[in-house]
Design a protein. Structure first.
Length: 428
């Protein structure tokens, strides 16, 4: 097999890099219209889609195309003119690929925003220029901070309704910065836009000569996201063991999975957890080629120089850099299910490729996402509640703190009776 150099592979994946971003904001702030404008002006709409939306817009009596309909796919959404589910859209520019999660603005759909934001590199929080920073703005910024989304873009929308006033824009920046000083967000950017008219979305606006930044699409295309992935702590959760049993690979025993973080090289001394046995990496294979090294988030197969009993749910790490292991774990939980949490009920915890039984031991405090205050008296978990809790698993879990590693620091709880996901958790 041909051995490919790491630097060459870096250049290949950096080209047309994938950026996941989510939109958030209060109801009628223009989230769906903004995404529709992005898709429309970047020419990412198919002709049949455009014809269908144009016909629907005409039936509703609109003069032009209702851009929000490009994302409001559910019948209830189109009838009410609001977003109630997470709508995913995909588009590509010459510089980057994008996956958009259009999340609802209602309080009762907090869980949907958590779902849409859980894998995002960036979040666009829309602010109505007429209303400024409101409670819903703070709520969504807090959730973005809780999920530790690296980049936050505050898009001040409907600038056309305030005559593109620089003073209004600067006042909203001051309001948001006062609040965001309490949040853990690394990169915050501000941009004045009109999603309806297209100002500063894909094309620069002549209405804002006082704004010297790039358009929203330019910001999205140039965000530096390579450093968002943890490249220090090598973590390789094993998904399956490959035994081809073919003439060409009769003795091949590869451990396949997706690298969660870090870099692994041929010859590295590694430890298989939880057994603790050590070995060295013999080869790293991907498709029909061998690599001298691999890094997150590549999916590869790794072979070791020694025969070690490794199966799905185990983790291969560097010997001198290992994750934490514990049965008792503190997590920030967002309750996703319609039914409340049952006291000391058993659930299935899914963490990387590892599944095992778990129990919520204690709710330490709940967070009021309207005021950001903590409540230690109320331990009942209802849908959309966010809390800090202790869970206990049957076998030690191999994890890092969520702030250090979003992959090995996150988990979900599944009802073992119905197989429904009931909660998403971030390990403290």
């Amino acid at each position: 097999m041909q051995r490919q150099k790491y630097s060459t592979y870096i250049m290949e994946i950096d080209h047309n890099q994938l950026l996941r971003f989510t939109t958030a904001g209060s109801v009628d702030d223009g989230k769906s219209t903004l995404i529709g404008r992005l898709l429309y002006d970047s020419k990412s709409i198919f002709e049949d889609q455009l014809a269908s939306i144009s016909a629907t817009s005409a039936k509703k009596g609109h003069d032009g195309v209702d851009l929000a309909l490009f994302t409001d796919g559910l019948k209830d959404e189109r009838e009410q003119g609001i977003t109630i589910d997470v709508a995913y859209r995909y588009f590509t520019t010459p510089k980057r690929k994008f996956i958009i999660a259009d999340t609802p603005g209602h309080i009762q759909y907090t869980r949907n925003m958590v779902t849409g934001a859980s894998t995002a590199n960036a979040a666009i929080v829309l602010v109505d220029a007429r209303h400024g920073v409101i409670e819903q703005t703070k709520r969504h910024a807090f959730i973005a901070s809780l999920l530790q989304i690296p980049h936050l873009i505050v898009a001040v929308n409907k600038m056309d309704l305030v005559d593109f006033s620089e003073a209004v824009f600067n006042d909203i920046i001051a309001q948001f910065e006062e609040f965001s000083s309490k949040l853990l967000i690394q990169d915050i950017r501000y941009i004045p836009i009109s999603a309806l008219l297209g100002d500063n979305v894909v094309n620069s606006s002549k209405q804002t000569p006082w704004y010297h930044g790039g358009t929203l699409l330019h910001i999205l295309e140039t965000l530096h996201i390579s450093s968002d992935i943890n490249k220090v702590d090598a973590r390789f959760p094993v998904q399956t063991v490959l035994r081809p049993q073919s003439e060409a690979h009769r003795d091949y025993r590869g451990y396949a999975g997706r690298i969660a973080s870090g870099v692994l090289k041929v010859g590295d001394e590694v430890t298989a957890l939880p057994s603790g046995f050590t070995s060295k990496i013999k080869s790293i294979d991907m498709y029909d080629q061998s690599l001298s090294e691999a890094f997150a988030p590549m999916s590869v197969s790794i072979t070791l120089e020694d025969d070690i009993d490794i199966s799905r749910g185990d983790m291969i790490v560097r010997t001198n850099n290992q994750p934490q292991a514990s049965q008792d774990i503190e997590v920030m939980l967002c309750w996703l299910h319609n039914n409340p949490a049952r006291p000391r009920a058993k659930y299935i915890v899914k963490h990387t490729s590892n599944d095992q039984k778990a129990m919520i031991k204690e709710v330490l405090h709940k967070i009021d996402i309207n005021t950001l205050s903590r409540s230690e008296d109320d331990s009942a978990l209802q849908m959309n509640d966010i809390c800090k809790a202790k869970i206990r698993v049957t076998k030690p879990l191999l994890f890092d703190a969520y702030g250090q590693n979003r992959i090995t620091g996150s988990l979900i709880l599944v009802d073992e009776g119905t197989n429904e996901t009931v909660a998403a958790g971030m390990i403290v």
